[in-house]
Design a protein around this ligand. Sequence first.
Ligand SMILES: Cc1cc2nc3c(=O)[nH]c(=O)nc-3n(C[C@H](O)[C@H](O)[C@H](O)COP(=O)(O)OP(=O)(O)OC[C@H]3O[C@@H](n4cnc5c(N)ncnc54)[C@H](O)[C@@H]3O)c2cc1C
Length: 412
Amino acid sequence: MKVLISGASVAGPVLAHWLHRYGFEPTLVERTPAGRHGLGGHAVDLFGPAAEVARRMGRLDAIEASRTRLDTMTIERFGRRPVHIDLTRLYAGISSDHVEILRGELTKILYDATRDTAEYLFGDSIATLHDDGAGVDVTFDSGRERRFDLVIGADGLHSNVRRLAFGPEESMRRPLGGYLAVYSMPPVLGLGDRMLGHLSVDKLCGAYGVYQTGQERATFLFRKREELRYDYRDKEQQKALLVKEFGDYGWKVPQLLEHLDTADDFYFDSITQITLDSWQRGRIALVGDAGFCPGPAVGGGTSLAMVTAYILAGELAAARSDPPSGLKNYEKAVRRHVELTRAIGPTTMRGIIPGGRAALELMPFAAAAVSKLPVPVQRLIWSRNAAGKALTAVPLPDYSDLIQSKGGQAVA
Ligand SMILES: Cc1cc2nc3c(=O)[nH]c(=O)nc-3n(C[C@H](O)[C@H](O)[C@H](O)COP(=O)(O)OP(=O)(O)OC[C@H]3O[C@@H](n4cnc5c(N)ncnc54)[C@H](O)[C@@H]3O)c2cc1C
């Protein structure tokens, strides 16, 4: 059974790993010329169930070894004393298994886990798809033509497979009213392993240190009542929007913006969810951000991508002779989890970007106070909260009896 996966970041390689182990032949097509590996990209989180998927793949030790060291955050506000927050205690309160890692490092570890068992086509993209019920004919931008039994879109928030098979993005976007910008810069704030943030009404900005590169990563989040119109591929236009929003902010922002023009990894996007009613159709399906992005940076998307890719592979293996049924069963198996994760983005946004003066006064103290509660008490709070449940309380099915080839470590 030949499966084409579009996108080789998080969901793609996890899916390829498990498909290979169940006896499928995965091919990954990735638009970037050499994968998005390395020390670029933002820090992402693996909570309990996602860490368990990595453990079952035999990659959790490698991921742990590359974890970030961002243990404390200082929050500043105009005219107020700084508040210090112990992030390790906050994360421990959400989940006993939490790892933060740069996305490029995670992608590299997942690539290494699959490079010998999956075919990788870098620097290419799907141009057309035709599902005739018995298979899918695919043409690529490069001109090659191939036929696959299944095609899976793991190609992120602005998914190409979704556009080709499910329709234009516009109808399935749910903007949460916020925007996000991130880029690397020299260590201008001298942060070491700390995060420094500055809050004001509708705005959060700051930076964190990346110990592996000695650089710092500037981060801006802001809320707008009206949606901004911009081309998501036009970086210069996006930089201009950021300057318009923060150009006269004050604080240390001029030092951050000084490095905007030279940043080669500038990222800007709206904080948007993808809310499709169904993410499978015939022999084509979506996984990770492509199918149900819960909102970049605020929604636990990395954990969701890993867990849903694992379940997709397992359900395909369980329905082996009938892949369309496997895709339907996958949708059924992950629907509840996907719906729960839709609560995380709005909750996190309310928690980190103050919506008014009262929130600006309270938020830093609330975060510091929660982090000082005993971990079991924090866990109790999270276990009663939809966002907390979505991040940690996902039952992971055991498909180990379907495994046909070695790789990774045995399921406990
Ligand atoms: C700035 C920022 C901060 C974030 N912070 C966090 C965080 O703190 N915690 C967290 O859990 N998550 C965070 N996220 C979200 C997280 O990065 C995603 O949820 C996660 O990477 C989803 O994985 P994915 O594999 O589904 O998609 P992606 O990681 O988006 O990967 C999609 C892949 O598809 C490729 N691709 C795109 N188009 C094509 C095409 N036409 N053909 C072939 N390949 C294509 C891309 O190059 C990419 O490799 C953040 C995201 C951003 C942008």
